[in-house]
Design a protein around this ligand. Structure first.
Ligand code: FAD
Ligand code: NAP
Length: 412
């Protein structure tokens, strides 16, 4: 392997590049990214950056490698979009003005992440209607918050919606949160905790509207009103749309890679010989959960970026591994979300759990640890403002602990 190309200059792509160098790869390493910025961290975009307490200079992703980012000896192609992949010639095409430029590779890591969905039927030409994924998005939303008399409608009660609503309230802005499902964040944390999160938002003054959608977003040049499907009309100086993301795979159309809501990989993270995917864009069969997963969280982008870098080097003969445990990517997913003074952490997969039990603290105090059961196994642990036990239960999930073992730990 002489030249490895990484497409996507963000968390998964950077961690893959770092790991390649860390494992001793001394060939040519090219990282292609369509944003103009060097790799930066996204979680603060809905939190500190939007709040106005951090600026862009807080965001560059740190590199443990000696010599920092420059020590990685990467040929950065930033502000450059990959537009095609030809597996037969092992080249990718880069958009360079109107002329496509071919770049050959021996190994390829695809870490192109995901892009926000636009609200169906919503005009794209109205000022102050935004999605939030990039630094530029966050600064644009912040600029509206800094200048306009404020009334914000947040569409979508997932992670973006909940965090943006919390940050806007911390700035003293009037916020209405509109979610089509009866419970916000319910898909990720389950209905009981989702209901609690809705209460926490209400207690902080958010007007939470559940089970209702957006019919239209109106205004002349700027957004002025949002009409809901129940006929309510909300005035709005800013609309933030957070209704989920679509994996960035359009550039792979016709390449022969299998794409099905993400790049379909084998259990090692390999899409086809010498081509790997990592982070939000990658889908792989999880042995642990017995189904295919695509995880849209920070920790997974790091772990999978590192994993596929190792597999790429180990399997440079063509196969990513023998299928032994060390070759297989089988993490216990983990994320956190900060809203107001509450920090939620979840390890495992709570979606589809059969039961949830609070084992420490209480939901009334809004400081607790809850365990999720699937069959006779511990499937997930969620902690609100009680971070420490997450480490213990995550280890148990990793080891395949039974539900009764987990409850014994809780009571012991
Ligand atoms: P991305 O970070 O999406 O990076 C992909 C990169 O590839 C982008 O720069 C993109 O522009 C580029 N790209 C796409 N297509 C092409 C192409 N054709 N050619 C070249 N480049 C391309 N997770 C948590 O666990 N906790 C949090 O608190 C949290 N907060 C978040 C807050 C916000 C506002 C957002 C947006 C995400 C948050 N996340 C959080 C999720 C986490 O940031 C993502 O899971 C992580 O960024 C995924 O990393 P990635 O490298 O796979 O993809
Ligand atoms: P998300 O977490 O998937 O939530 C989207 C929410 O919007 C879902 O509840 C969805 O309901 C709802 N929705 C869909 N269509 C709607 C519509 N037309 N009107 C109203 N609601 C609608 O996605 P997100 O909040 O947009 O976040 C984007 C990405 O950033 C995700 O990858 C997320 O993981 C990541 N992120 C993570 C964190 C964190 O981990 N702390 C923080 C911020 C962002 P349905 O389920 O019915 O579609």
């Amino acid at each position: 392997v002489r030249r490895i190309v990484v497409v996507g200059a963000s968390l998964a792509g950077l961690r893959a590049a770092e790991e390649l160098r860390g494992q001793g790869f001394d060939g040519e390493l090219v990282v292609v990214g369509d944003e103009p910025h060097r790799p930066y961290d996204r979680p603060p975009l809905s939190k500190q950056v939007l709040a106005g307490t951090w600026d862009a200079d807080h965001l560059p992703l740190a590199v443990a490698h000696e010599g920092g980012l420059d020590g990685l000896d990467v040929d950065w192609r930033l502000g450059t979009r990959a537009t095609g992949l030809d597996l037969a010639t092992r080249t990718i095409t880069l958009a360079d003005d109107d002329v496509g430029v071919e770049l050959a590779f021996d190994g390829l890591v695809i870490a192109t992440g995901a892009s926000p969905r636009w609200l169906p039927g919503c005009r794209t030409d109205l000022a102050a209607v935004h999605t939030l994924r990039t630094l530029d998005d966050s600064l644009a939303i912040r600029a509206v918050l800094d200048t306009t008399p404020q009334r914000v409608v947040v569409v979508g009660g997932g992670f973006i919606g909940a965090e943006v609503a919390a940050t806007c309230r911390s700035r003293g802005v009037d916020v209405t949160l509109v979610e089509m499902l009866p419970v916000p964040m319910g898909v990720a944390v389950g209905d009981e905790v989702g209901t609690l999160m809705a209460d926490i938002h209400r207690d902080h003054g958010v007007d939470v509207r559940l089970g209702v959608g957006v019919e239209r977003v109106d205004g002349s040049d700027r957004v002025e009103r949002v009409r809901l499907t129940d006929g309510t009309v909300l005035s709005a100086a800013l609309v933030v749309i957070g209704i989920g993301v679509v994996p960035n795979t359009a550039w792979l159309d016709g390449s022969g890679l299998t794409v099905d809501d993400g790049i379909v990989c084998d259990a090692t993270g390999q899409a086809t010989s010498g081509v790997f995917a990592a982070g939000d864009v990658a889908r792989w069969p999880s042995r642990r959960y017995g189904r295919s997963l695509r995880i849209e969280h920070w920790d997974n982008a790091i772990a999978m970026g590192e994993h596929v870098a190792q597999r790429l080097l180990a399997g440079s003969g063509g196969s990513a591994g023998s299928g032994d445990d060390g070759d297989v990517y089988d993490p216990v997913p983990w994320f956190w979300s900060d809203q107001y003074d509450r920090k939620v952490q979840l390890a495992g997969v709570a979606a589809g759990a059969d039961e949830m039990q609070v084992v420490e603290g209480s939901m009334d105090e809004r400081r607790f640890v809850a365990l999720y059961r699937q069959g006779d196994r511990l499937a997930a642990v969620l902690a609100m403002n009680r971070p420490r036990p997450v480490v213990t239960y995550r280890r148990q999930i990793q080891a395949g602990a039974s539900w009764s073992d987990a409850l014994a730990t809780a009571s012991g």
